[in-house]
Design a protein around this ligand. Structure first.
Ligand code: SF4
Length: 336
C-alpha cells in the first residue's frame, strides 16, 4: 500500500470539523502528489444517493476506487461486534462496509452530508457520520472526507474543492473529473427513468424507502425476490432527478420526495404501497403515520415492514403473502 500523507479532515486543526464557516478556512492538503491511490468507498448511505458518481470521479483523478461488496449478514455481523448498539440498521451496515475496506485500501472515503438538495436537510446521522466513523470503527484509519451541503455550495463546487484542495489535482483535471462524474450520475438516473418507463404494464406495488435501504442487498433483496416469486410487479421509489423537489412542509429531502410521490400516486397504476423501514430509525417512525394517512385518503392499501438485524425470512414472506393475498381477495371477492 502507498505511504500517503493523509489525515482525517475532521482533524480539529484542519478546519473541516463542522459544516459552518470553518469549512471555508484553509485546510491541510491530503494525498499531495500520489496517483493511483486505492480509495475505499463503502457501499452504503451516500453511495446509493450518488449512483456512479464516486467511482468515476476518483478514477478520472487517477486513483483506484474500490467499492465494498454488497451487504450480507456477514457485513452486519462484522459491524455488530464493534459498532454503536443504538445505531439504526443502515448505520450498522455502513460501519460493516467500512470495516470490510480497512486493510484493503489506502484510505476510506467518508462523507458528512448536511443537505443533498438546497434548503432541505438530511437525517442528522449523516451530519455526524464523519466524526462518528473517525472516532469509532475507523479510528486511526486514513480517511478522505467531504462535506456536502447543497444549501451552502452546489455539488460541483464541493467536488472541485475535494479534487483540488484535498486530492491535489490540477485545475484542468479536476474540472474534467467533476464534469464526467456528474454526467455519469445523470446517465444512471436516465437509465433508471427508462427502466421505470419500460416496466410491465398493469398494477404494481410501490416499495417505499430510502435509496440506501431500497438498493441494499441485505435489506431489500429478500422482499424484491419474494414479490417476484409471488409474480407481483414492484416499482422501487426513484430518487432520480432528486435535486428538483417540490416545496412542502417536510424539510427532510427524502421524506419530502416520498410524500409527494404518495400524494400524486395514480390509483390506476398502483395496487399497494409497502414502506420498508429499518430498526431504530426515528425519522421513519415519525413519518410512517403520515404516509399511511395519505395512502388511506387515496384508497391505496399500505403496509409498513420493519427490518432489523434478526428479521427472519419466514416472517417477512408470510407478511408479504398475506398483504398480496388480501388485496387479491378484495379484487376477486373470494379467498384463493
Ligand atoms: S433516516 Fe433513519 S435509517 Fe436513515 S440514517 Fe437516519 S436514522 Fe438511519
Amino acid at each position: 500500500m502507498k505511504k500517503i500523507g493523509i489525515i482525517s479532515l475532521s482533524d480539529r486543526k484542519s478546519g473541516f470539523q463542522t459544516g459552518h464557516a470553518s469549512t471555508r478556512r484553509k485546510t491541510n492538503i491530503l494525498l499531495k502528489g500520489p496517483k493511483n491511490v486505492k480509495i475505499g468507498i463503502p457501499r452504503a448511505f451516500y453511495y446509493h444517493s450518488y449512483p456512479g458518481l464516486w467511482e468515476c470521479f476518483f478514477r478520472r483523478l487517477g486513483h483506484e476506487p474500490v467499492v465494498s461488496p454488497p451487504s450480507t449478514q456477514a457485513t452486519l455481523h462484522k459491524a455488530s461486534a464493534q459498532t454503536e448498539t443504538e445505531g439504526c440498521l443502515p448505520q450498522k451496515l455502513f460501519d460493516g462496509h467500512v470495516l470490510s475496506l480497512i486493510g484493503k485500501v489506502d484510505a476510506v472515503f467518508v462523507a458528512r452530508i448536511i443537505s443533498i438538495v438546497k434548503k432541505y436537510n438530511c437525517c442528522p446521522r449523516f451530519g455526524a457520520l464523519l466524526d462518528a466513523t473517525r472516532a469509532g470503527i475507523a479510528r486511526g484509519v486514513p480517511l478522505i472526507p467531504i462535506e456536502i451541503n447543497e444549501t451552502v455550495a452546489p455539488l460541483s463546487k464541493t467536488l472541485m474543492k475535494l479534487a483540488r484542495t484535498t486530492l491535489g489535482a490540477d485545475t484542468k483535471t479536476a474540472k474534467l473529473a467533476v464534469k464526467e462524474a456528474i454526467e455519469a450520475m445523470a446517465q444512471h438516473h436516465r437509465e433508471e427513468a427508462r427502466r421505470q418507463r419500460e416496466q410491465t404494464p398493469g398494477k404494481r406495488y410501490l416499495l417505499l424507502g430510502h435509496p440506501y435501504t431500497l438498493h441494499d442487498h441485505f435489506i431489500a433483496d429478500p422482499m424484491i425476490k419474494k414479490m417476484a416469486q409471488l409474480q407481483v410487479p414492484v416499482e422501487l421509489m426513484s430518487f432520480a432527478g432528486s435535486r428538483h423537489i417540490k416545496p412542502g412542509d417536510i424539510l427532510w429531502c427524502v421524506f419530502n420526495q416520498m410524500y409527494h410521490k404518495l400524494h400524486e400516486l395514480d390509483t390506476q397504476t398502483y395496487a399497494g404501497v409497502i414502506q420498508i423501514s429499518t430498526f431504530n430509525c426515528g425519522a421513519d417512525s415519525m413519518m410512517a403515520d403520515r404516509f399511511r394517512r395519505v395512502c388511506r385518503q387515496k384508497g391505496v392499501p399500505y403496509m409498513l415492514l420493519m427490518m432489523d438485524e434478526h428479521t427472519g425470512k419466514a416472517g417477512l414472506d408470510t407478511r408479504l403473502e398475506a398483504f398480496v393475498d388480501s388485496l387479491s381477495w378484495q379484487k376477486t371477492g373470494k379467498a384463493s
